[in-house]
Design a protein around this ligand. Structure first.
Ligand SMILES: [Zn+2]
Length: 65
């Protein structure tokens, strides 16, 4: 197996890891129920996306019938 000839410096390791930082997901507010949800995602609370029901939620279905 090939073995590295020299030790990587801390600087070189840190430079590689400069791109490892995480960024927080941006959240938006659901137009129907005002819960904060990720953007471009069906609301898990009310099942609405772009102003219409995409995924009927169980509690809501029972309330309507
Ligand atoms: Zn909602």
């Amino acid at each position: 197996m090939a073995v590295p000839k020299r030790k990587h410096s801390n600087s070189r390791t840190n430079k590689r890891r400069a791109h490892h930082g995480l960024t927080a997901k941006s959240l938006t507010i659901c137009a129907k129920c005002s819960t904060s949800i990720p953007t471009h995602v069906v609301c898990p609370t009310c099942g609405y996306y772009m102003g219409r029901v995409v995924t009927p939620i169980k509690d809501e279905m029972e309330a309507q019938s």
